[in-house]
Write a protein that binds this ligand. Structure first.
Ligand code: BGC
Length: 759
């Protein structure tokens, strides 16, 4: 982080009370302010409010925000945007509060600000770190143009349970890929220098383990061994910290019996002392107060617990504001603890340039220039095409001919309300390009007719639950039979049927867990009847989670997974269906055959009684009576209009020495009829370990472009550092011995070579 005003030479090199690795330089401007501050003013900085207008996810919306800002009782707000409104908010603080300290202006910009791009789970399927970073840069530029200086993203929670709706907001199941993506997003939002007007402070969330709630039910209890935390769930948070993330948000769940928001082991011992984090920690929405319901005491007790654990800022609940002074008086909390937290908030304000210029993000001329520009929409369109995953090819139906007679059917085919996806409160669904319009844009000579064919769901009580933020599921006045007949009539008179089906936007996301992750019955019926017409059928599948599509995979159809693609949805779908871009996405979660297999992921251990490789049932082995162990679609899987073959998978040596490196390579050939891109993946298995190893681990990937007929050799350089894991004592080590590996286009390949790590 570069500093704007204070050169290193003049900075006071004092050290904070951290007992950890990092001795931190103090900022004179911050220290001067702290000197002047009363206890109440320090506590005021720890208070984050929302005047409403955004999405209130907790039970409270803040009241009297204006008066509280003037009184110096607020450190930041969220749900406020536009340079004018932000300037007004800053003026309240700067001109009216005693010390005139400006406010952090936060927001949830999860996948684009106004130029919404694919949901994070979708974008992760691009495996394109540069693109992901560019998306974050664009989001920061748009959001800062609208006054926002602090983002509640990236969400990096590892998730292996597709019942959990918030799987949509993360990067899937794998700690290695998740860590790379976490880093790319932090770098994209924060840039080289957070104090520049087009960059913003990022928040890694939700620390920690939020993606592993029991039974896939949002906000539910998490219970996990330390070994699993360190090896599988914590790496992406750490990667964000290592990338210099400015703030960390705690999660709602408990960890080893203590909610994250009040967990000293997590917030101080691990985050600050072991990882050396020097930013500030904010709670999730009222998660301090929620510790009362968790069973840890009254508001004063849980607020004291949180600040003593290392929480710096209280989101919306006002537990800090209303109880900390009393706790200091009663000796439950030290003033020093409060000073430390206030210091971290002020340092954050310094880092983003606010202490030098409170109106840095209030430039009225910017929204017009920077938001929803043609260039930004092009990036959103590109990102969407890269996020699509071709799940099934049938009879070369795809790509479609640009002059074909196409029956476009399905409840999501001409629908603006469901293109953006979950957690896109800053985007405007009405600006999105529906699929029908996009197909016409890309292939003006095609003859495209449209019929809805089915409702997303016919269940009115289900629709009501999904429609809390607007009408995502619209149940037509016509009967389901009439809808179906119209679609079938169109299908019969067309060359090909494209059916856009799946989940409405709010069928995934926060507080949107499902126990049944199949396509709703109303749409299944449509799909089955379309197939019976004998016409070639392409399913364009939209969802915020892995679905159970066992039945659809067995049908004679092609399937393109498009997640929720964002504001350029239709154009991107057109680009891919008509072959302007050959799909290259790969799944970042294993897709189960049924909910009975959940949680499921590719890194599973072998167990002491491995299931037979054939997948056949064997008594007294780890398997099911009624299902294979393997997922329906493995992690890393995704097809292309062309085909790729892997050959000559090898290591350049037999041994890897402690200070050395080894090159693992494969030749990849485009053997099909189209140019295309392939995500080449390296998996390694540690054969013998002091703690049971995973069956395989992703250790590298490269996305390459190959013209038809072209071959390329892809090489991964592996060092002993790459082979490290957390052992029983939670030490990060590698162990000598044999390592097997393969390089391939998905996680379900067989080991193809080995090498030895020597002592
Ligand atoms: C979510 C967070 C979000 C916060 C503020 C909470 O309900 O869990 O991810 O940042 O609300 O909107």
């Amino acid at each position: 982080m570069k500093m704007r005003k204070f050169k290193l030479s003049v900075a006071l090199l004092l050290f904070t009370g951290l007992s950890g690795l990092q001795a931190q330089e103090k900022i004179p401007q911050v220290e001067e302010l702290l000197e002047k501050m009363t206890l109440e003013e320090k506590i005021g900085q720890l208070n984050l409010l929302t005047p409403g207008g955004g999405i209130a996810t907790g039970s409270v919306v803040s009241e009297d925000v204006e008066a509280k800002i003037k009184a110096g009782n607020v450190g930041g707000v969220f749900g406020v945007s536009s340079p004018e409104r932000v300037r007004q908010a800053q003026e309240l603080a700067v001109k009216n509060s005693r010390l005139g300290i400006p406010l952090l202006i936060g927001s949830d910009i999860i996948h684009g600000y106004k130029t919404t791009y694919p949901i994070p789970l979708g974008l992760s399927s691009s495996w394109d770190l540069e693109l992901i970073k560019e998306g974050a840069e664009m989001a920061a530029k748009e959001a800062t143009a609208d006054g926002i200086n602090w983002n509640f993203s990236p969400m990096v929670d590892i998730a292996r349970d597709p019942r959990w709706g918030r799987i949509a907001e993360g990067a899937g199941e794998d700690p290695y890929l998740g860590s790379q993506i976490a880093k790319a997003m932090v770098e994209g939002y924060q840039g080289e220098d957070m104090s520049l007007p087009h960059t913003m402070m990022a928040t890694v969330k939700h620390m920690a383990l939020y993606g592993a709630p029991e039974a896939g039910r949002d906000y539910n209890t998490v219970d996990m061994s330390r070994l699993k935390m360190f090896n599988e769930y914590l790496p992406p948070y750490k990667a964000a910290v290592d990338a210099g993330v400015g703030s960390v948000m705690t999660s709602f769940n408990d960890i080893d019996g203590i909610p994250a928001t009040g967990n000293k082991w997590l917030l101080t011992d691990l985050l600050r002392e072991r990882w050396g984090f020097d930013g500030f920690v904010v709670s999730d929405y009222t998660s301090v107060n929620e510790m009362i319901a968790h069973g840890l005491g009254d508001l004063q007790a849980v607020s004291a617990l949180a600040i003593n654990a290392g929480l710096d800022m209280d989101m919306v609940g006002e537990g800090f504001l209303t109880t900390l002074k009393k706790s200091v008086e009663e000796g439950l909390v030290s003033e020093e603890q409060i000073t430390k937290a206030a210091r971290r908030i002020l340092e954050a304000k310094h880092k983003i340039g606010l202490l030098d210029d409170p109106y840095l993000y209030s430039d009225e001329s910017r929204p017009e220039k920077d938001i929803l520009t043609e260039e930004n929409r092009q990036l959103a369109r590109k990102a969407a095409t890269r996020s699509f995953v071709l799940l099934k090819k049938h009879n070369n139906t795809l790509p479609l001919f640009k002059n074909a007679k196409i029956a476009l059917v399905g409840p999501l085919a001409n629908n603006k309300n469901n293109m953006l996806g979950t957690w896109a409160p800053t985007g405007n669904p009405q600006l999105s390009v529906p699929i029908l319009e996009g197909l016409k844009n890309v292939a003006p000579n095609a003859n495209i007719t449209y019929a809805k064919g089915a409702n997303i769901s016919n269940d009115t009580s289900f629709a009501k639950k999904v429609n809390v933020f607007g009408q995502r599921i619209q149940i037509a006045e016509e009967s389901p039979e009439a809808l179906l007949k119209e679609a079938l009539d169109l299908a019969k008179s067309s060359d090909v049927v494209v059916a856009v089906v799946g989940e409405a936007t709010e069928m995934s996301g926060e507080a949107a867990s499902r126990t049944d992750i199949t396509i709703p019955d109303s749409q299944k019926k449509l799909i089955n009847e379309l197939v019976k017409t004998g016409k070639p059928v392409v399913l364009v599948l939209m969802s915020g989670r892995p679905l159970d599509i066992s039945e659809e995979m067995a049908l004679p159809v092609s399937i393109l997974q498009i997640w929720h693609p964002g504001v350029e949805a239709g154009n991107a779908v057109g680009d891919v269906l008509f072959g302007n871009y050959n799909p290259s996405g790969k799944l970042t979660n294993s897709w189960p055959r049924s909910v009975g297999q959940i949680p499921i992921h590719y890194r599973m251990k072998t167990t002491g009684r491995p299931g037979p490789e054939s997948g056949d049932f064997q008594k007294f082995k780890t398997n099911y009576l009624d299902s294979p162990n393997s997922p329906l679609l493995p992690f890393g899987y995704g097809l292309s209009y062309t085909t790729f073959e892997y050959s000559d998978v090898k290591a350049n040596a037999e041994k890897l020495g402690t200070d050395g490196s080894i090159e693992l390579s494969a030749t990849v050939t485009n053997t099909g009829d189209f140019d295309g891109e392939e995500v080449v993946q390296l998996y390694i298995r540690d054969v013998v370990r002091s703690v049971t190893p995973p069956g395989k681990e992703l250790k590298g990937f490269q996305k390459i472009a190959l013209k038809k007929g072209e071959s390329k050799t892809v090489t991964f350089t592996i060092t002993p550092e790459d082979l490290k894991f957390y052992n029983y004592n939670i030490e990060f080590v590698n162990e000598p011995g044999e390592y097997e590996f393969f390089i391939g286009g998905s996680s379900d390949n067989k080991m193809a070579g080995s090498f030895e790590l020597t002592q």
